[in-house]
Structure formats: C-alpha cells, structure tokens
Design a protein around this ligand. Structure first.
Ligand code: BQZ
Length: 676
C-alpha cells in the first residue's frame, strides 16, 4: 500500500491566468539590502509524496517473462534464456506507484532533441546529445530524478546500481554493495572491476575530463575494493549523504571496463589520452551499456535508433523484464523543435523550457484532441549572466586581464545587475505572467529557496551609472563608451550565448540596449557550442540557462570546490575571492553532514553569500511544463521538468508503455543490437 500520503502543495495559481507581470513589491533585509520580491504568479500543482521505498525494491523471481522480441532471439539461439540474463535480485518497480499499472510490450518511443552525440566515452566527459540519451545510457550508482516524489525528510539519494550502502560509525568510510549479477548489454558481468576503472583510471586521472571532479567526494578520498560486488570509499574526514548525490548521473556512471581498458593509456602503451577520449566514436555502433536501450543506428544530424537491452536488470512486480518499449528513437533536430513536435503529436516528450511556446501550449490545452496537456510546474528554469571571474584562465590580452579585474570587483557586478531591466527581458521572450526576476543561485521553485535569502540588485540604470562613475570608468575620449581608468581602452565586452536556443538569443538581444544605457559596448558572441568556450576560458560574459534546485546536487559544478568549477571561475588554483572561500566552507559542510535540516541551513547561507556578492547576475526565471504524449502510460502526474534531475530521469522512462492498440511501428522491427 502506498505510504501515508503527504500533500505537498505549491501555491495554486494556474499559469493560464494570463495576468500582467505584477508590480514587484520591493522588500529588504535589516542591512538595507533589497531582497528578491515574493513570487505571486507561481503556477501550482499538488504532488502526493511517498516514502523512499515505495517506488522500487530489489527482489528475485522464480521465473522471468520477456518481450516477444528478445524471446525470438532466444529461440534463434542468439541469446541465453531470460532467467540466465537477469541478476540475482533485479531492480523491481512497485505497481502501486505505476498509475497505469503493469505495461504491455512493444512499439517505439519518440524523442526529439537539439543536441548531437559527441561520442560514447562518457567516462571522459563526452555527451551523447542530452535530451535523455545521456541519461538512458549512463546508469549511475545512485539516482536522484525520482526524488521529486519522495517526502523531503526521506529524500536522500536513491539506490540504483548500488543497491545499498552503509556508513562507518565515524562516517569516514562508506561501504557500497552493487546489484549482483547484472550484465552489460553484451552479456559481460558488471562488477567492481568496472568501479575500479571508473574511479582510478578516470575520476582520479587528471588527464581524463571525467564528469566527476577528482576531489568531488573530498580531497584524499580513496577507493577500496572489497569483493566482486562491494567496495568502500575512505575519507579524510567525516562525510554525509551529500556524497551519495555526487555518485548519481552524470559523475557516478561507470563504463564497460572490458571494452574501455584496452583504449586507456594506463593499460595500453600505444594509446594516448586523446585517442582514449575519442575511442568510442558516435559512428561505431552498437555500444555496450547498462541502460534500457542500446544505440544501433546513428544517422548524423538526423536520427539515433536504440533497441531494448536484453540484459536490462530491471523488472516489474509481475517479473516482466523492463523496459516495455522495444525501441526508442531520437530525432536530431533542435530544442525548440522538440516542443513543436510534442505539441503537434509527432514527438512523445518535451521539457517545454522555451517560454516563447507557452501561450500556444496553453491555448492547445483547451483542445480535448490535443496530443499533449501542458501542466506547468513551479519556477525551475532560470537564466543568468555570468562574468568570467578568473584572473588569468583563458586571458589572451592585457585588456582582457584588466577586464577580469573589473569583473572581480563586486561593485562592478552590482552595477551590471542594476542595469538589467528584467521585466523588459521577460516580456521580450514571451508576453504573459511566466517570468519573475532572478537573483542568481537557487531558483524560486527549489525547496532550498527562500526569497529573503536572495539579495537583489534590481533595475536601476542611474544607480548603475553612478557606481561605474565611482569606479573611475569615465568616457574619457567622448565617444559615448566608458573607458578603463586612466584613459584606458573603451569598455567593449563580448557576451557569449547559445545560438540554438531562442530564449537565450532573445535575452542577449534585449541586454544590448541595457549595456549601452550604462556606456558599455556589448559584442554578442552566439555559439552552437558554448561548452567549448567555458572549457577553455576564452570568454568575458555569458548569458545561459541555469537551474540550481537541489543544494546537494552537483556541488562541484556550482560552487568553487575544485579548480575546474564553476564554469564562470575555472582557474589554475589560488584565485578565489574571499566570499568564494566562504562558499567552499559551506560546500564542505554540506558534504560532511547527514542532517537534512543542516543542509537546508547551509543552503540558505550559500544563497545569501552568492547573491549579496553577485556571483552570477540573475536575470529571469520561469516555470516549465513537461509535455508527454497522451498515448504514453505511467506518466506520473506532477513529474517536474527539472527538480533533482531532468524529467527524463524523474519520470522513470523504464516504466512507460503504450497499450497495443496505440503502439507506433518500430523503425527497426525484429532487431536487437548484435555484437561481433
Ligand atoms: C533536458 C536535458 C537532459 C546540459 C542540456 C543542454 C546542455 C547542457 C543540459 C533539457 C538538455 C535539454 O539540456 O535542454 O530540457 O532534456 O538536455 O540532459 O542544455 O547544453 O550542457 O547541462 O542538461
């Protein structure tokens, strides 16, 4: 039976109330600093929260059932019987939390994405194109996405490949036990050989751009293998459950060591780190994965077809091997097209995060024949303007070096924040009630966000100008552009932004006049690969989407705990600003505690320090809506676009199905991945 239900209500005000953007009541702290105005137009939904053991368990069956597709391969002698393909105790989805019950096998699920597969070496940081591909392939030790449905007091990371774990009494070691007998999609056993390779030859090897930073679990952390299915992390100092969140997607995803070791310089003297990183090109299929589906066809810029993994280690309570769909495809087009196709019914899934589509989506909701229903969540998507705070990383001229010193001056960052007219920015993206100003850091829909913690330097162009005057940034040559002090160069600043996301483009365009109004000349720098610039540090300002919701997640991405992070302050060590040192201490506190209320308190401190020091210039924030075609069953009501992880993880795609009568033909019927 479902656990005691806890109704967790957000303020209920449907986004369909197309009211004007309310005048923002300004509030302030005792120190006279303004804080972010309360958000009155937040859309609402009611989520019934359950216990952490109510979603799945690990349990064996005497006999397993399988899809007709894999059965056909067993009958042809190409696969062992299903009972021999399953682990000792498979991951088992609980029917109570499957709103449309036990599923039916068959058909295809259609994703549309804007990313493109770089390659399949996710251990070396390669992306497979986002939009659900990465998450589908990179099964991790722990799992965060479904936590949106778990009572906050139980919302520690969930088991996945690691089925359970135990802390030592002094919390200086963590013993983890893997699911026993799970196999990679080529039948090879998944065991601690894969964990050893992931940790020692990737995370700890500074030559490998692993998603989990080397010291993400705390400097000095070591791995001790205890057996084929158990291992131990040993820490220099006591740690808490936030460590488990670092072992979720993406950093906590092991790779197939039997395939990848021969490509790695530590095991192959002919290999280089470059040949290793590129050793699993997106053109060579099938690959070996622990995920529910195996890529079998990749047509560049067109389509990726993935077929069910016959060794997938998950079942439902009737011992049916998951997933239910035989196939999932990814149409490789654009992020905006993902929403367009979901609204048109030619795609099955979209995180509607482009507010330019919102009004159309709301209109369509009124049509009973619409293929999707847009249910808006809370404000979980935000956009920030970042300044490159590194003194020298990526600097290529004396001018840039001087700019960086300006960016490192909090007064300059306050001036830029005061220059941003966020109401105009929001309305330039989409007319309607969707936007609220953002102060940076946690988004308003985060359980860790409190408006009184968000110090807000709101729109005040004259205030911005007087700060800049005070910094000696006068227009010394009378050409209408301020100059660096002492008759220095004109203040001309490049602003990087995505060229593939219409919201980012509109925000960058809207910012131009706001910079010019304070005597700074912006030069927009659109790119279809902004990661390349943030990786090499060759940028000055960057407008991008941010979505920091959970304090314990990706601490290393958003707080300066390693030299590689955050993206807006990559450095060569010893470059932190005083307030960043404070953020590091708070981050260590989050990693060290087991007390969720202490995490919440540290998160409040972080938000105050981040926003008072304008770590990033928050611009606007908006709700998002998850669009899933009505033919898809077990789409749990209330699943957010993003909370602890993207909806592609949160909605638990391994449970989704379409009844036979509505199933769509597969692109590759009767086909499974076959390995040489
Ligand atoms: C969701 C997500 C699933 C990455 C990516 C993309 C990359 C970033 C971010 C989002 C896409 C979709 O986001 O926009 O709705 O499907 O993939 O992974 O923006 O460029 O680097 O962090 O998640």
């Amino acid at each position: 039976m479902m656990g005691i239900e806890t109704k967790f209500k957000f303020k209920s005000k449907a986004a369909s109330l197309l009211v004007g953007v309310s005048m923002l009541a300004i509030s302030s702290t005792a120190s006279g600093l303004e804080t972010l105005p309360e958000d009155k137009s937040m859309s609402g939904m009611k989520i019934e929260l359950v216990g952490r053991d109510d979603l799945w368990t690990y349990k064996s069956c005497d006999n397993y059932n399988e899809s007709p597709l894999t059965k056909s391969y067993v009958d042809a002698g190409k696969l062992p019987p299903v009972n021999e393909r399953m682990p000792k105790e498979p991951w088992m989805a609980k029917t109570d939390q499957m709103v449309d019950g036990i599923g039916e096998y068959g058909g295809t699920f259609r994703h549309v994405i804007g990313g493109r597969p770089e390659g399949f070496n996710w251990l070396a940081g390669q992306s497979q194109g986002w939009g659900g591909i990465n998450i589908q392939l990179m099964e991790s030790l722990t799992r965060l996405g479904p936590l949106w449905q778990i009572k906050p007091e139980e919302a520690n990371p969930l088991p996945n490949l690691a089925k359970d774990w135990e802390w030592s009494s002094d919390r200086k070691s963590l013993t983890m036990n893997l699911i026993e007998g799970a196999r990679w999609s080529d039948g090879d056993i998944f065991d601690t050989e894969d964990i050893d390779f992931w940790w020692n030859d990737n995370v700890q090897d500074a030559n490998v751009a692993s998603r989990l930073p080397k010291d993400a679990l705390g400097a000095g952390t070591t791995l001790e293998i205890l057996g084929p299915y158990s291992f131990k992390f040993n820490f220099d100092e006591p740690k808490g459950n936030a460590v488990l969140a670092q072992l979720a997607y993406m950093g906590g995803a092991p790779g197939p060591s039997h395939v990848m070791k021969p490509l790695h310089p530590a095991h192959n003297s002919d290999a280089t780190y470059e040949s290793y990183a590129n050793g699993m090109p997106a053109s060579v299929l099938p690959i070996v994965t622990l995920g529910a589906y195996v890529p079998v066809v990749h047509k560049v810029d067109e389509l990726m077809v993935m077929k069910r993994n016959p060794y997938y280690w998950k079942v439902d309570e009737e011992c049916n091997q998951l997933p239910y769909y035989n196939e999932t495809i990814y149409k490789l087009t654009s992020w905006d097209d993902r929403t367009t196709q979901a609204l048109a019914g030619t795609g099955d899934f979209s995180n509607m995060e482009n507010p330019g589509n919102y009004v159309e989506a709301l209109k369509q909701n009124k049509d009973p024949n619409s293929p999707v229903k847009s249910v808006f969540g809370t404000r979980l998507i935000a956009w920030d303007l970042m300044m490159n705070l590194s003194s020298d990383f990526g600097v290529s001229s004396d001018y840039e070096r001087e700019l960086r010193q300006l960016f490192r001056n909090v007064e300059f960052r306050k001036a830029i924040s005061h220059a941003m007219d966020r109401d105009t920015m929001g309305q330039s993206v989409a007319r309607g009630p969707f936007f609220h100003p953002h102060a940076g850091g946690f988004v308003a829909g985060s359980p860790f966000h409190n408006f009184e913690d968000s110090i807000y330097y709101g729109y005040n162009a004259s205030g911005a100008n007087s700060i800049l005057d005070g910094l000696g940034l006068k227009d010394s040559d009378g050409n209408g552009i301020r100059n660096l002090p002492n008759g220095g160069a004109d203040l001309v600043i490049d602003i990087l932004h995505s060229s593939t996301r219409s919201t980012d483009i509109k925000l960058a365009d809207a910012a131009v006049s706001m910079f010019e109004a304070i005597g700074i000349k912006p030069v927009l720098k659109p790119s279809d690969n902004t990661d390349a610039f943030t990786d090499n540090g060759n940028w000055s300002m960057f407008i991008a989407r941010e979505h920091w919701v959970v304090a314990t997640k990706n601490i290393g991405d958003r707080l300066p705990t390693t030299t590689q992070n955050p993206a807006w302050h990559r450095d060569n060590g010893g470059d932190l600003l005083p307030f960043e040192e404070t953020l590091v201490e708070k981050a260590k506190g989050i990693l060290a505690t087991n007390d969720l209320s202490e995490v919440a308190s540290l998160a409040r401190d972080i938000q105050r320090v981040r926003t008072e020091n304008v770590y990033t210039v928050g611009l606007i924030q908006a709700p998002a809506a998850l669009l899933i075609n009505k033919r898809i069953k077990n789409n749990h009501p209330g699943a957010p676009v993003y909370m602890y992880e993207w909806a592609e993880d949160g909605v638990m795609r391994e449970r989704l199905y379409t009844p036979k009568a509505d199933q769509l033909d597969e692109f590759l019927p009767g086909v499974l991945a076959e390995y040489k």
